[in-house]
Design a binder for this molecule. Structure first.
Ligand SMILES: C[S@@+](CC[C@H](N)C(=O)[O-])C[C@H]1O[C@@H](n2cnc3c(N)ncnc32)[C@H](O)[C@@H]1O
Length: 348
């Protein structure tokens, strides 16, 4: 095994230069002995690399330098902690390899086989991932307000501030959903909105689409309707937190009643599980020249875009308008053949 021997005081500078020259053997640890250090290298460096640093090139027995810590991922660290806590190999193998970090809160699914160790497991993930609270996800969202089914399993406080693409979303992870899988769609909406547009967000929640549109784009106004008082409270405070009070008008109530009519260049409909039932309101919200409707819904993969297009075409015809598909995309997958899709439709 080749090594470069340097004085202990010089090790940081020598290592920096050797890393720059890409000769360091990264699988082994730099090892200090008395007044000197041994830096493992794959090949000896050109003389110029360590110019001015006293050093010797040499060899040591293979195995003399210990391997570097091979724990690369957070899951590796959690597994190590579980083994050190006496967990069996079978239990360690059940530790989840997925989670969602939303600001200071971690959301994780607890496998059935670890139900009795849930709190201990949550603590391990919390320490490794350095979060303030861990919520166990127990099922799908429920009710009109789409409440998450979660339980605080470690730490304190369920309110978080999640930062994404320069936008801050504050919300209560115990009371409002936040789909990490929709990250691309939130960004897309921020980039899609055109300067000076009037937008109606019919199901604004805490501002999932309203905020990126207002912060990243330059709309004239986003009318953001939300029926749930708590979500509307966060929507309103998030508008202030992101400094877009002049661009967003949070509206509390059923979008059927509160959204303005005849004004929109763009309508966002993000109520997966019930969106199509509100297409008549979207048609009314559009201005006289029409605009673009973004309809989110869950479909069988074979049904997109025909099924949502048929629904929009029918609603447009009822309103004396016409519809043309601009594009569609899969936002995320729910099950092998079930997707959350969004269709972008031009309605005139
Ligand atoms: C949770 S969001 C959906 C998530 C979001 N589309 C996303 O992709 O992340 C849906 C919101 O619509 C609200 N909502 C449901 N029915 C409504 C209605 N009739 N009018 C206004 N808001 C409504 C719910 O309270 C909820 O906050």
């Amino acid at each position: 095994m080749r090594v470069v021997r340097v004085r202990r005081d010089d090790v940081d500078e020598a290592l920096r230069r050797l890393l720059g020259a890409d000769v360091v053997e990264r699988g082994l640890k730099v090892t200090t002995r008395d007044d000197h250090a041994l830096i493992p290298v794959r090949v000896f460096p050109p003389t110029s690399v360590l110019r001015g640093i006293e050093h010797q090139l040499g060899e040591v027995e293979d195995g003399e330098l210990p391997p570097r810590d091979q724990l690369r991922t957070p899951l590796d660290h959690v597994r190590r902690d579980a083994r050190e806590a006496g967990w069996s190999g079978d239990a360690v193998a059940l530790l989840p390899d997925r989670w969602e970090r939303l600001g200071r809160v971690l959301l994780i699914r607890v496998p059935g086989g670890l139900a009795e160790r849930e709190a201990e497991m949550a603590g391990m993930y919390a320490r490794v991932l350095r979060v303030g609270a861990v919520m166990a996800e127990e099922g799908p969202v429920t009710g009109v307000a789409r409440r998450p089914s979660v339980r605080l399993r470690w730490g304190e406080g369920t309110v978080t501030v999640h930062r994404e693409h320069g936008v801050e979303y504050e919300f209560d992870t115990a009371r409002q959903m936040f789909s990490k899988g929709n990250v691309g769609e939130r960004l897309r909406m921020g980039r899609t909105v055109r300067d000076g547009e009037t937008v109606v967000d019919m199901f604004a929640g805490i501002g999932y689409f309203t905020l990126p549109m207002a912060v990243l784009g330059s709309p004239r106004m986003v009318h953001a309707a939300e029926i749930d008082t708590e979500a509307h409270g966060y929507l309103t405070s998030n508008v202030g937190r992101n400094g877009v009070e002049d661009v967003v008008r949070p509206l509390l109530g059923d979008c059927r009643e509160v959204v303005p009519r005849g004004v929109a260049d763009r309508v966002v409909m993000g109520y997966v599980g019930g969106t199509e039932g509100f297409l008549d309101v979207a048609m009314e919200a559009l201005g006289p020249d029409g605009g673009v409707v973004h309809l989110h819904e869950k479909y069988g993969i074979e049904e997109v875009p025909e099924r949502p297009m048929a629904a929009v075409e029918a609603a447009a015809a009822d309103a004396g308008r016409s519809a043309r598909l601009l594009s569609w995309r899969e936002v995320k997958s729910y099950a092998p053949a079930i997707v959350h899709a969004v269709v972008d439709v031009e309605v005139r």
